[in-house]
Design a binder for this molecule. Structure first.
Ligand code: ZN
Length: 614
């Protein structure tokens, strides 16, 4: 034994794991209790029924037995202390490695500055995933792979754009191209026109825009048909953004967060600001859906010979958020951009007062045929005695195309790679296999993770052999904010395991874990696991500026990362990961009779543009 440790409420001296194990082995090898003939064994000697021994040997035997009993009791009493000391030591090592030798900012630099943006189906995404596998190999992971799945759309890459106001004043416009839309035919210069599809305000509070009926839409489009041919068309009203509004809080106050993760469900409060109590408006009779209107307006502009379509970003301070042409087919739409609120507003105000506005665009993109197959990036550290059981962790590596996708979601991927790296670096030999998975196709509907779960695990109703060996999937996908809690699909006992695991990291902001039972597909990849009846673990984070600034916008770059926060997240997750890979029992899961039913499939299926996700 290389050192002493004292127990006085806290550990003063942390023995190394090998010291603890060695001490443990000595005690265990040296002392044993034989239940059958009720004697203790000590080393190679064995003492039986004292009556059969001569008196001196009885005394010697009894003395030795007392020593043996004392040693046994010492072992029993020390057992929990040693286990606690061992965990405390591992936690200290995790913290030190994650804070002092972190690789996370380098990983984020490469994913964003070198390979961003990483749109699904694009060469940038594939190259980022290849680099990620090579990096995990350099860290000593046992197995890395790019696992293909069928995206069924070609990739799309935006090469370069310019957009200018020519008159009444010359200026450069700020915008992003909608993904999977075509290039302009060279440089196009034309007058701007503005059309606003008629909507009706509901009588609810707050009021909601309701879509037109087919008759209303057709009548409106016919009335503007002659105005749009050969023109650059602004579509929709400019947003008016209240400049007096209070900014959203960047961090969740500790007291609020503690209530969210209270171990007692009766004392728990829901997270987030909550939505105002709002009764959904009664649907207008025969009103079209947003998707139906969008499809018809696209066709109208194409058939009418409009040159460029301009949508408005609905964000202030120059931010632009651009999704995709929902058909993924460049022949179904005209070249389309999403323009910043300020430029769109200026042009629409000039047009409204009768001032002609002339614009010029040069938009260039190209398709990538091989992008129809996309890839999930996988890295494994193999387990030992429970190698066939797996604990997964990941996030999506694909991003939207307007920026370099730092907070959505290079961060999720880099954090999980880092959590696994930390355990490898401090010499943990996991009992279960650790598998990092960085998905693609998340932004188009959790496509990569759903394909992976179907291929590897199946579902509760139709399981594959690996389904029974699954021990949880940690997911990060809400920006740069530090991890504040976990939500695991499973029984309350699963949350207890995770709560205990992260409790020593409360000073980093993580409050605990709660359980949930919904199997609906949601905003991010952990729900692909929940949907299959597997324990997805969603990690909640401080909001910082995720939903109001960086989410899917042209501002989502490396500069938005808070180094201390991403390091803290990696450390908390590494600690929870350690417990899941080392514990004797599997992470508790719903028993067969308790498994929640999957929800019925949604109708109509929401499109990515209509149902934003992280
Ligand atoms: Zn995301």
């Amino acid at each position: 034994m290389a050192g002493l440790f004292y127990w006085n409420g806290e550990i003063v001296f942390h023995p190394s794991p090998s010291t603890v194990r060695h001490f443990f082995d000595l005690v265990f090898v040296g002392v044993g209790y034989n239940g059958r003939d009720q004697s203790f064994t000590y080393s190679k000697l064995k003492y039986r029924n004292h009556a059969s021994l001569p008196p001196k040997r009885v005394i010697r035997s009894m003395k030795l037995s007392r020593t043996v009993v004392a040693l046994f009791l010492l072992q029993v009493l020390l057992l929990p202390m040693v286990a606690v000391a061992q965990t405390a030591d591992i936690n200290a090592q995790i913290r030190k490695e994650g804070m002092e030798n972190s690789k996370i900012m380098h990983t984020l630099h490469v994913f964003t500055d070198l390979y961003g943006p990483r749109l699904t189906g694009s060469p940038n995404h594939v190259n980022a995933a290849k680099w990620g596998t090579e990096e995990m190999k350099r860290w000593g992971f046992d197995h890395v792979a790019l696992e293909p799945w069928e995206f069924n759309h070609p990739g799309w890459v935006n090469d370069r754009n310019t957009g200018l106001m020519i008159s009444p004043v010359a200026d450069t416009l700020t915008f992003e191209v909608l993904a999977w839309t075509p290039s302009t035919k060279g440089v196009v210069t034309a007058d701007a026109v503005h059309i606003v599809i008629p909507t009706t305000l509901s009588s609810t509070t707050p009021p909601v825009q309701q879509q037109p009926t087919q008759e209303e839409l057709t009548a409106y489009l016919n009335s503007v048909k002659s105005q749009v041919q050969g023109k650059i068309v602004l579509v929709g009203k400019p947003s008016s953004i209240d400049q007096s509004r209070e900014p959203s809080p960047k961090r969740i106050p500790d007291e609020d967060n503690a209530k969210r993760y209270d171990p007692d469900p009766a004392k728990r409060t829901a997270g987030g600001p909550g939505r105002p109590n709002q009764t959904p408006p009664t649907p207008r009779p025969n009103a079209l859906t947003g998707a139906q209107v969008g499809e018809q307006v696209d066709k109208f502009l194409l058939d009418s010979g409009a040159l460029v379509r301009i949508n408005e970003s609905q964000l202030d301070r120059g931010a632009v958020r651009a999704f995709n042409n929902r058909t993924f087919d460049i022949t179904k739409v005209i070249p389309t951009v999403v323009m910043r609120n300020e430029d769109f507003g200026r042009i629409s105000r000039l047009l409204a007062d009768g001032t002609p506005v002339r614009l010029e665009f040069d938009l260039r993109s190209h398709l990538v045929p091989e992008g129809t197959t996309s890839y999930n990036m996988i890295g494994e550290i193999w387990g030992s005695d429970k190698k066939d059981e797996v604990v997964m962790l990941g996030g999506h590596l694909d991003s939207w195309h307007s920026a370099t996708g730092a907070t959505d979601n290079a961060i999720g991927c880099a954090t999980m790679m880092e959590a696994a790296r930390i355990l490898k670096a401090i010499g943990v030999k996991p009992r279960r296999t650790i598998r990092v998975a960085c998905w693609s196709g998340e932004e188009q509907g959790l496509l990569g993770s759903q394909a992976y779960v179907a291929q590897h695990f199946g579902t509760f109703e139709s399981p594959k052999p690996e389904w029974a060996k699954f021990n949880g999937y940690f997911n990060i996908d809400s920006g740069t904010g530090r991890a504040r809690g976990m939500n695991v699909f499973g029984p309350p006992e699963a949350a207890t395991v995770l709560r205990d695991a992260v409790q020593p990291f409360a000073d980093l902001g993580i409050a605990g874990a709660i359980n949930s039972s919904g199997r609906g597909l949601g905003g991010t990849d952990s729900t692909s696991f929940n949907a299959a009846g597997l324990p997805g673990i969603g990690v909640s984070q401080d909001p910082i500026e995720y939903f109001n600034v960086t989410w899917h916008t042209n501002l989502d770059t490396y500069e938005r990362i808070i180094e201390g926060d991403v390091k803290a997240s990696a450390v908390s997750i590494a600690a929870a990961l350690y417990q899941l890979v080392m514990r004797d029992e599997m992470l508790p899961r719903f028993k067969t009779e308790d498994m929640p039913k999957p929800p019925p499939p949604p109708t109509p299926t929401p499109t990515p543009a209509a149902s934003p996700r992280p």
